[in-house]
Design a protein around this ligand. Structure first.
Ligand SMILES: Cc1ncc(COP(=O)(O)O)c(C=O)c1O
Length: 392
């Protein structure tokens, strides 16, 4: 069966050059990077080379890169690290209603620990408006955390404007850049944010490695207590394979990101355009242009998203309904509901996220398959009457 992977926001295939680059760390280069003898030294060098690659990609200093086990841990470190830092008197956090569970559930946990959180709503495109963030600030706000791009809709948030508001108010700002990294340019030098989370497996690296950029001078409490690794900010022997993989993945992005993004954008636009021209009663969830170049989230009216997903899977097409972390449940996506989507539309939503390796043939195959499956499912729906639907 032909297989077409259109779920790159969930995870990406490991780049062959990344897989090749980590081979030595599964063999001779086994040392602990904290050991000062020969076995540790080469491995320490690999960790620091990766840190330098990541710093070069974002335009930050190597010492501003803190390795973690994932994007989730990086988000936890940012939010809890600020909440629990020494001398912190404030108890209020501002975030948005459309954050990934890595932020959302960290904030909910902090609410059980005496913190207060304002979850700023989004506009109908799913975008956080800077004025809403400004209005949410209280006298004891200690952190503003707004994602750079949403994982479900791909919507790009105005983090520069929000960061400026945070700066004016003297409040640290975190952004979850797990989805935007590698898809839109990010320049740490000009970005008014203090903390930024990323993840290796979203950029053709390996699962189980991520990181947090921490601007120089920003103090954070450790979340994982242990050894002195990462200058005391994150105890635990480093995931050398995952970190070396990220180093290679970031180096490849530095070389090829522009052309890869241009290709993916062309394929996504062709996919989206063909679906809209061939399938009636289709709704785009998210902003038409302020969006990641690889993502399209669509509601197919009169069709259950989950049924569509399973039928497409049978034809070899991998996509997603809601975020990967909530798939398996039939609940409508909270992200789409927060945008004010009709609950039935939210239930019929699917996310297609393209990436490196997708081709024109993949797009043609997927468009045919989606059209076929939607027609089949609508034909079984007692609610779907094509003539009336077209006339609406
Ligand atoms: C926006 C966003 N933040 C955080 C994460 C979590 O990253 P990880 O899978 O590395 O824990 C994801 C993963 O889907 C994400 O999309």
């Amino acid at each position: 069966m032909r297989k077409v992977y259109l779920d790159h926001n969930a995870t990406t295939p490991v780049h062959p050059e990344v897989a090749a680059a980590v081979q030595p760390f599964l063999g001779d280069l086994f040392g602990n990077p904290s050991s000062i003898h020969w076995a540790g030294r080469d491995v320490r060098k690999a960790v620091e080379d990766a840190r330098a690659e990541i710093a070069a990609f974002y335009g930050c200093r190597p010492l501003e890169v803190v390795f973690t086990s994932s994007g989730t841990e990086a988000d936890n470190l940012a939010v809890k690290g600020v909440a629990y830092r020494p001398g912190n008197a404030g108890k209020h956090i501002v975030t948005s209603q459309v954050e990934h569970p890595a932020i959302m559930n960290t904030c909910r946990f902090l609410e059980t620990q005496g913190f207060r959180v304002t979850y700023v709503p989004v506009n109908r495109y799913g975008i956080v408006e800077p004025d809403a963030v400004r209005a949410a600030i209280e006298t004891d706000t200690i952190l503003i955390s707004v994602m750079a791009a949403n994982n479900e809709t791909g919507c790009l948030m105005p983090i520069v404007e929000i960061g400026r508001i945070a700066r004016e108010a003297g409040i640290p700002m975190h952004t979850d850049a797990v989805q935007s990294t590698g898809k839109v340019p990010i320049s740490w030098e000009t970005l008014p944010v203090d903390l930024l989370a990323f993840s290796g497996h979203k950029i053709n690296g390996i699962k189980g490695a991520g990181g947090l950029l921490v601007r120089r001078g920003v103090e954070l409490a450790a979340v994982l207590h242990g050894g002195h690794q990462e200058r005391g900010r994150r105890g635990g022997t480093e995931n050398v394979v995952g970190i070396a993989a990220m180093g290679k993945a970031f180096s490849l992005l530095r070389q090829h990101m522009d052309e890869e993004v241009a290709l993916v954008r062309r394929l996504r636009d062709a996919f989206e355009g063909a679906l809209f021209s061939r399938i009636p009663e289709l709704v785009l969830n998210g902003h038409p242009t302020e969006r990641l170049p690889n993502t399209v989230n669509l509601s197919f009216r009169y069709v259950e998203g989950e049924a569509l997903l399973l039928n497409l899977d049978m034809l070899g097409i991998a996509c997603s309904s809601g975020s990967a972390c909530t798939s398996g449940s039939l609940e409508a996506s909270p992200i789409l509901l927060a945008m004010g989507a009709d609950p039935t539309d939210a239930q019929g939503a699917l996310r297609f996220s393209l990436g490196r390796g997708n081709t024109d043939d993949d797009v043609a195959y997927a468009v045919d398959a989606v059209e076929r499956v939607v027609n089949k499912l609508r034909a079984m729906s007692p609610l779907y009457h094509p003539r009336e639907a077209k006339a609406r």
